[in-house]
Design a protein around this ligand. Structure first.
Ligand code: FES
Length: 234
C-alpha cells in the first residue's frame, strides 16, 4: 500500500508539466522562433531630417545672386565664325585637280562645327568644299568666289549618320555620300539624288550661309538654313 502511494507521487517521464529550470533553456538567439535583431544605422526620423536639409540646400543653390531661379544652362550659338580663306581652299583644289588619284572633294574641303561646337552635339558638323570646275553653287551664284564654294551640315537626313564629300564613279558626279545606307546628295546644293534619302523624298541637307570679306576670309554667318537630321524646308 505504501508502495502504491509512493508510485502515484512519482512523475512519469511522458507526462511532465513542471517548468524546466531556467538554466536548462536554450539561449534565445538559437531559438528558431526568435525575431531577427534590428539595428538600423540611421533612424527614420534622422533620415527624413537629412532629406529635408539636402532639399533646402539644393533649392538655395538653384537661386542666383539676383534672387531669381536659375534656368537650364543652354549654350549660346555663334552667329559668325571664320572657316578658311578662299586662297587656301582654292589652293587645295589647284594642287590636286590634275592628279586623278587625288582629285577627290575630300582633298579640297574642310570640316568645321557651327553654330555650336562639338561639345554640344556631333550633329553640328559641317563641310565646306571648293566645287570642282565647272560646277557652280546655285545658292551663291552671283558671288565671284562663293559660287565656287558649297557648305552643308553633314548630318544625313535619313538616320543621322555623317556624310562625306566624294566622287561617285557610277554617275560621274561629285556628291556627299552617306556610309550607312548609301544616301547621296549633290555637292552643289545638298539635294538627295540616291539612296533612302532620295527614295523617301527627304529634305536637302541644311545649308551653311557664307560670307567672304575683302581679304578673302570665308565665314559662316547667321543660322543654319535647316535643322541637322531634318534638312532644309525652304
Ligand atoms: S543614315 Fe544616311 S543613308 Fe541612312
Amino acid at each position: 500500500m505504501e508502495d502504491m502511494l509512493t508510485d502515484d507521487k512519482k512523475p512519469s517521464a511522458s507526462t511532465t508539466t513542471s517548468p524546466l529550470p531556467t538554466s536548462t533553456l536554450p539561449p534565445a538567439s538559437t531559438s528558431p522562433q526568435a525575431a531577427p535583431t534590428k539595428n538600423p544605422l540611421i533612424s527614420r526620423r534622422r533620415f527624413l531630417q537629412g532629406t529635408l536639409a539636402a532639399s533646402a540646400v539644393l533649392a538655395a543653390a538653384s537661386v542666383g545672386a539676383s534672387g531669381q531661379i536659375l534656368g537650364p544652362l543652354i549654350p549660346s550659338s555663334a552667329t559668325s565664325q571664320e572657316i578658311i580663306s578662299w586662297v587656301q581652299l582654292d589652293n587645295q583644289y589647284q594642287l590636286v585637280k590634275d592628279k586623278p588619284g587625288k582629285f577627290q572633294p575630300i582633298n579640297y574641303s574642310e570640316f568645321f562645327y557651327f553654330p555650336y561646337d562639338s561639345s554640344v552635339s556631333p550633329y553640328y558638323k559641317n563641310v565646306i568644299a571648293r566645287l570642282p570646275d565647272p560646277l557652280v553653287n546655285p545658292l551663291n551664284a552671283s558671288d565671284p568666289k562663293l559660287k565656287h564654294v558649297a557648305a552643308f551640315n553633314v548630318t544625313c537626313v535619313h538616320l543621322r549618320c555623317l556624310v562625306n564629300p566624294g566622287y561617285d564613279t557610277a554617275s560621274g558626279e561629285f556628291r556627299l555620300q552617306c556610309p550607312c545606307h548609301g544616301s547621296q546628295y549633290r555637292l552643289t546644293d545638298g539635294v538627295p539624288v540616291a539612296g533612302p534619302a532620295y527614295d523617301l523624298g527627304l529634305n536637302p541637307l541644311p545649308e551653311v550661309q557664307l560670307s567672304v570679306d575683302a581679304n578673302g576670309k570665308i565665314s559662316a554667318v547667321g543660322k543654319l538654313n535647316g535643322e541637322p537630321g531634318i534638312g532644309r524646308t525652304q
